[in-house]
Design a protein around this ligand. Structure first.
Ligand code: DGY
Length: 409
């Protein structure tokens, strides 16, 4: 569809701030980590140099400890909360103090394969940075087990029911007054609640009060939940990183070790009662009892068992426009509220890549076709209602435009 292709290119160009791309102006006016990696995936379809610039800018914000922040505040823009002063990280460039799902290594490999001649110098520079970031994950988020998040924002799936029990235990007595800005851009019924925001801030303040000391956050932080999605995305990223190291004549043994640790670690996330991979509160050991779309990333992570296949067929088949971010059979399903039901194009792409790799090409193709239909119907929105297919959240969204160009179209 030529008109939609052009429109997608136009959205990426409109959200382009020169050296990085915003997810959408207004609601998200800075550089976000995984949004930016997806932006590069989209740019690679028509401007490879610009794709590499996006990734280079992201990694220029890497911290000395290896962490790559989830938001980079290159220059001050009004209308977003919490901004750089609230995070108080003192980093240059200014950034948040947490990370986001590490899709970058897999996207770097994908872009490199478009044209190794153009990509070689970029990959050579990026490899040590990717290794340092993944090592940071294994030191401070996974520790030889499944990968945890220390803040719901780190998962990228901010208000997924996966976090509800751990969130309910957060003490918000010190949070005080603040003004949200997100609900000025998007209808409040499609966004996290006020209670969610109080808790997001309480967790943020713990990190700030401990000067973003990762050991303190790991050992004593108020929120530490092992996340199937994060674990599978990192598992895949490690495989792609190991492959690139090998192709560049470098040692992959350390990364292979991480893959083996994650493969063993995700076994801790198998909830036999639910019959699915499930988030797990590492402070209490309790499963969330919440089947989210992230659990269908097991194939993407490289697992070749079909333990999730029955659930996949049930969840993807329950509503006209899958895959919902939370299973419609669950009590907390809400078709409009962000990560509690709506369908996200980027997650569909990750699930489909995994399904195709694992020999489920028909399901992968059906998912691509459904995602394309949502975009044809509703435009390049942030997410969609899986029941009626209507568009939701922010409009003119970078990552939706990107997956259209790189996959759905
Ligand atoms: C937000 O502000 O809603 C973002 O998801 C935080 O990363």
């Amino acid at each position: 569809d030529r008109t939609l292709d052009l429109r997608a290119v136009e959205i990426l160009q409109k959200n382009d701030r020169g050296l990085y791309t915003v997810p959408t102006s207004g609601l998200y006016p800075y550089q976000w980590n995984w949004d930016s990696a997806f932006a590069a995936l989209g740019f690679a379809e028509f401007n490879l140099d610009r794709a590499w610039t996006e990734i280079d800018t992201l990694f220029n914000a890497q911290w000395d400890n290896g962490m790559v922040p989830h938001i980079i505040f290159h220059r001050r823009v009004d209308g977003y909360f919490p901004g750089p002063d609230v995070w108080g990280t003192n980093s240059v460039p200014a950034s948040s103090g947490i990370t986001q799902p590490p899709v970058a290594a897999s996207i770097v490999r994908h872009i490199y394969d478009h044209d190794p001649g153009i990509g070689r110098a970029h990959v050579e520079r990026l490899l040590p940075k990717l290794v340092a970031w993944h090592r940071w994950f294994h030191d401070y988020r996974c520790e030889a087990g499944p990968c945890a998040v220390t803040h719901p924002w780190e998962s990228g799936r901010d208000n997924a029911p996966d976090w509800d029990a751990a969130m309910a235990a957060i003490d918000t007595s010190g949070v005080g007054e603040y003004t949200r800005r997100d609900t000025a851009h998007v209808d409040a019924s499609m966004r996290p609640t006020k209670e969610d925001y109080d808790r997001y801030l309480a967790i943020l303040y713990f990190g700030r009060d401990h000067e973003w000391d990762e050991a303190a956050i790991r050992d004593r932080g108020p929120f530490r939940v092992a996340d199937p999605a994060m674990s599978f995305i990192l598992m895949r990223a490690n495989r792609d990183l190991a492959d690139m190291l090998e192709r560049f004549g470098q040692d992959r043994a350390e990364v292979d070790g991480w893959i083996a640790e994650l493969e063993a670690g995700v076994e801790d996330l198998w909830n036999a009662d639910l019959g699915a991979y499930d988030a797990r509160d590492l402070r209490t050991g309790d499963f969330a009892g919440s089947l989210s779309s992230g659990s269908f990333l097991s194939w993407y992570g490289g697992l070749r068992d079909d333990r999730m296949l029955d659930w996949y067929d049930k969840v993807a088949g329950a509503l006209p426009y899958g895959v919902p971010s939370y299973y419609p059979q669950g009590a907390k399903f809400n078709a409009k509220r962000y990560w509690r039901g709506p369908v996200w194009g980027i997650v569909n792409r990750l699930i489909a890549v995994g399904l195709a790799d694992a020999g489920h090409a028909d399901r992968a193709e059906q998912l691509r076709e459904r995602t394309a239909e949502l975009i044809r119907k509703g435009g390049f929105h942030e997410y969609f209602d899986p029941e009626d297919g209507s568009a939701a959240g922010g409009g003119t969204f970078t990552w939706t435009a990107a997956i259209w160009l790189a996959w759905a179209s």
